[in-house]
Design a protein around this ligand. Structure first.
Ligand code: NAP
Length: 338
């Protein structure tokens, strides 16, 4: 049976792109149709939407998708309609939930009741919960499954002051690992140090440009057990160089551009493992989704994991948010207020 809140508008505000390009293609619209939840789906009125680097890949066309497209992959708000069909968690109109799917840069979004929507503990603010959602699930699943961080491991994290890096640094420390974090500029480095990173390298400074040499020096020539590299094009070669014998390099983003195709023979001298994970295949089943969302919200609630919000931008100012993110001006998470 489907249920709907008494009064819903026919049109809504949102950010749509009709073509790929720079931030100028982000179009603020007030006439987007309100989606109707289908089988197994709910409609959520967003209080906040998350901005992630992946949104820029869809905007530029690095990741292709049909157009017109409403960007955004996560949000938090209130359920305003429940569609027909399965509803394994018994979601009802009026409940506060966080969700992961598509078309988040809008007042209203659709998500599936199956492994896309989670209730949020009352103790967590919308800002905290959303700042930790996609970035937190990514980093939590990666430190468990892409490379399982163990006590005493040396782990290199690039862009450690960013939305994902800020959380990953804390998660590796919580697992008992030793973190070498890279970040651009003094302020970002101080932030990473404050999270408990053992070594911080300003890889944009004159001295830090040789971050490969510095990582090898810190690890007494051995290299690190694992690298989490979301920077891609500018760092991938160095990341392979600083991984120790039998080490793992996890490439998970393209902030500077994608990792180019490379000769697999590069892995042979040290028997390296290379991973290229994405979040969603790790949280595909209801069991996986519940397991990781519950753990994540638990960590945030207890204060063991802290989320940092760079800024909440009004939806209309989404282009500025993209410029700030791509301009390396941000630390922690960017949010939008629809
Ligand atoms: N695979 C997945 O499922 C998944 C999920 C979530 C995120 N990610 C990836 O994780 C990364 C972080 O995402 P995020 O949303 O949290 O972004 P973010 O880390 O807050 O922002 C990107 C950061 O990358 C660094 N960077 C290095 N070279 C850059 C360049 N040429 N241009 C722009 N930035 C550059 C900058 O930090 P410095 O100034 O310190 O260098 C910048 O702040 C992205 O690569 C994203 O694609 C992947």
């Amino acid at each position: 049976m489907s249920t709907t809140a008494p009064s819903l508008p026919k049109a809504q505000k949102g950010i749509q792109i009709s073509r790929t390009g720079g931030p100028e293609v982000l179009e603020f619209r007030t006439d987007l149709p309100l989606p109707t939840p289908g089988e197994d789906e709910v409609l959520i009125k967003n209080n906040l939407s998350g901005v992630n680097y992946i949104d820029t890949y869809f905007r530029t066309g690095l990741y292709p998708a049909p157009k017109p497209e409403v960007l955004g992959r996560e949000g938090i708000g209130t359920i305003v309609a429940v569609g027909p069909g399965a509803n394994p968690k018994n979601f009802i109109v009026g409940e506060r939930v966080a969700w992961l799917r598509t078309a988040g840069y809008a007042e209203y979004s659709i998500a599936s009741t199956k492994a896309q929507v989670a209730r949020v503990p009352a103790e967590l603010s919308d800002e905290q919960a959303l700042a930790g959602l996609l970035s937190g699930l990514t980093t939590l699943t990666f430190v468990r499954e892409a490379y399982e961080v163990k006590k005493g491991d040396w782990v290199l994290i690039h862009a450690a002051a960013g939305g994902a890096g800020f959380l990953m640094t804390q998660l590796v420390k919580l697992a008992g690992g030793k973190v070498i974090g890279t970040a651009g500029g003094k302020e970002k480095c101080e932030l990473v140090k404050g999270l408990g990173a053992d070594v911080v390298i300003d890889y944009r400074s004159e001295e830090g440009r040789d971050w490969v040499g510095k990582v090898l020096e810190v690890t007494e020539g051995q290299g690190v057990d694992a690298v989490f590299d979301s920077v891609g094009k500018d760092t991938w070669e160095g990341s392979l160089k600083v991984a120790k014998r039998k080490g793992t390099v996890v490439f998970f983003g393209n902030a500077s551009g994608p990792v180019p195709p490379f000769n697999i023979q590069l892995l042979a001298p040290k028997n390296l493992k290379v991973m290229r994970p994405t979040l969603f295949p790790y949280i595909q089943t209801q069991e996986e989704f519940d397991h990781y969302t519950e753990e994540l919200f638990g960590l945030l609630k207890s204060g063991q994991l802290k989320a940092k919000i760079h800024k909440v931008y009004p939806l209309e100012e989404v282009a500025q948010a993209h410029m700030d993110l791509e301009g390396r001006k941000t630390t922690g998470k960017l949010l939008l207020k629809p």
